[in-house]
Design a protein around this ligand. Structure first.
Ligand code: AMP
Length: 280
């Protein structure tokens, strides 16, 4: 596995690999890697000849300075985990390397970002779209791998690829969970033991809500029951529960045959913000 810290090094590597006819995968991450990330990398290694993994805590997608400051960083451990998973090139740039100057361009994804993460984290998807665009240009992948864990991010990236004609295939990988159902997340490392013990409630609430949706319980009722179940656990402060159209991400008032809905949750647990979702 090669490690590159500059855009120039990565570009040279990509140019050589493309020239040799190799198929390139990109797995963008913010590091503090867990099994969810590594499964994406393994899937990429199965499909492609070169797997480029970026580890970059992207400041422009954080709306909360404390979240950025406290975000776990462990580049040496990440590098050690990546090579055996099939990563061939680790891109580990500094903030100055990715942002030699402040960006002026602003992305507006319309209704897609006026809900859920976009509504609760102003500027978040502008930062995501900015860094993802930069990484697509630098790594020029044939395929880019993203996790369903960040459902709205996938929708935004899909729109980005379509609107800017990025010549690549988006691969969406299912959410990898702990045995108790908690979605793996780098932020889980920040949970106290008591909070970690309470955390699987998010998935339990989602699973219960999914059952209700399958039974045809009205979205408003599903939403209210899920919010109440989360609020019942004193360590939780729910931020939102949405029953949304899986394509448009807009809240639904009812169900239509053949149209999937996505149940999305964001909740604060002892100072850590966690998100999760299930598609029904
Ligand atoms: P992050 O480092 O949190 O920005 O995540 C990097 C990529 O890994 C994103 O595409 C995430 O959606 C994906 N990812 C994070 N957690 C999981 C998980 N538990 N299962 C599957 N993919 C994940």
């Amino acid at each position: 596995m090669q490690v590159f810290t500059t855009a120039a090094e990565l570009r040279a590597h990509v140019e050589a690999a493309r020239g040799a006819g190799r198929r390139l995968a990109l797995v963008p991450t913010m590091g503090a890697l867990h099994e969810g990330h590594l499964q994406l990398v393994r899937a990429a290694a199965q499909d492609c000849d070169e797997v480029i993994v970026s580890v970059f805590v992207n400041p422009t997608q954080f709306n909360n300075p404390d979240d950025l400051r406290l975000y776990p960083r462990q580049p040496e451990q990440d590098a050690a985990a990546l090579a055996p998973a099939g990563c061939t090139a680790l891109f580990l740039p500094t903030v100055a390397e990715v942002y030699p100057q402040p960006t002026v361009l602003r992305f507006d994804f319309g209704p897609l970002e006026q809900v859920m993460e976009g509504a609760h984290r102003p500027g978040h998807f502008n930062g995501v779209a900015t860094v993802v665009s930069k990484l697509f240009h630098l790594a020029r992948p044939h395929r880019a791998y993203f996790g369903q864990k960040d459902f709205q991010q996938v929708a935004v990236v899909r729109q980005l690829i379509a609107d800017l004609s990025f010549d690549l295939e988006l691969v969406v990988y299912p959410t990898v969970r702990e045995t108790d159902g908690l979605a793996m997340s780098s932020r889980n490392a920040r949970l106290t033991p008591a909070a970690r013990a309470a955390a699987p409630l998010i998935y339990q609430v989602l699973a219960q809500a999914a059952t209700q949706v399958r039974q045809g319980v009205a979205p408003a009722e599903v939403q209210a029951a899920a919010l109440a179940a989360l609020a019942h656990e004193p360590q939780f402060t729910p931020e939102y529960v949405e029953v949304a159209d899986a394509q448009t991400l807009q809240p639904v008032a009812g169900y239509e045959p053949g149209r999937a809905v996505v149940l999305c949750v964001a909740a604060h647990l002892a100072g850590v913000r966690l998100i999760d979702n299930i598609v029904v």
